[in-house]
Design a binder for this molecule. Structure first.
Ligand SMILES: [Zn+2]
Length: 148
């Protein structure tokens, strides 16, 4: 059953050997009745693409990288949650922070001012992540300088 305006692909007359961008030889399909200008454009795109096996490797690599990124993000969130679950301190009285949202970078940047400490600058994807990052940086800086 034909659906909507779908057209049957043009029949392949023959194939021509050509080089893909990855350097591998591959078969370029010459289609029956295809205007030369269209064929030239299609050939240009075909040349700029990887061959089937290189593309499969690239796809697999991208998939693995995405999985690794998701895992790293999850691990970081877990570590952050564990850190704050064990954090018994509170920021001192008079602590204040300012935050600015950058819609282009989809990122919050801000500064934490704790009385008696140097200001701490940081960034986060959400305002609460920013505040967590700032508090954590302040804590690490503080405990690094003086263990009280
Ligand atoms: Zn290839």
């Amino acid at each position: 059953m034909m659906v909507g305006k779908e057209r049957a692909p043009l029949p392949v007359v023959r194939t021509e050997r050509g080089k893909r961008v990855c350097g591998h030889d591959d078969n370029f399909k010459i289609l029956k009745g295809e205007p030369p200008a269209y064929a030239a454009k299609r050939r240009e795109k075909w040349n700029a693409k990887h061959c089937f096996s290189c593309n499969a490797v690239i796809q697999q690599k991208m998939k693995e990288e995405a999985t690794a990124r998701r895992k790293a993000k999850k691990d970081a969130e877990k570590e952050d949650a564990a850190y704050f679950a064990s954090w018994k301190k509170r920021l001192p009285d008079g602590s204040a922070f300012s935050a600015t949202y950058n819609a282009t970078d989809v990122m919050w940047t801000g500064t934490l001012h704790v009385p008696g400490s140097a200001p701490v600058v940081g960034a986060g994807a959400t305002s609460s992540k920013l505040l967590h990052t700032l508090a954590r940086t302040w804590d690490v800086t503080l405990t690094g300088e003086n263990e009280s």
